[in-house]
Write a new protein. Structure first.
Length: 91
């Protein structure tokens, strides 16, 4: 299930993976509610797909606010930390 999220082009989201309030690109998931960036190393859950005939490119994932804002939520991305996991999920 994908809810209130953006899955960027050439990204595979595995079956039974729920993505909510997030941005997903390749094997990276940025949860917007918690302000956490997670890199998933299990390619059955998230991975980058390359269209046939194109070389593999490393995606650039740099979220930026739409416009400068003095509000505290504009600083959210400065507090994000990267977490690597190999946990498998079963339903």
């Amino acid at each position: 299930m994908i809810e209130n999220s953006s899955v960027l082009p050439n990204t595979y989201v595995g079956i039974w993976l729920d993505v909510r309030h997030s941005i997903v690109q390749g094997n990276r998931l940025l949860n917007l509610e918690r302000g956490v960036l997670v890199e998933i190393s299990d390619s059955r859950l998230l991975r980058s797909n390359v269209p046939a005939g194109q070389s593999k490119r490393t995606p650039t994932f740099v979220p930026k606010p739409a416009h400068p804002s003095p509000l505290p939520q504009a600083k959210t991305f400065h507090r994000i930390r990267s977490v690597s996991t190999t946990t498998e999920f079963e339903s």
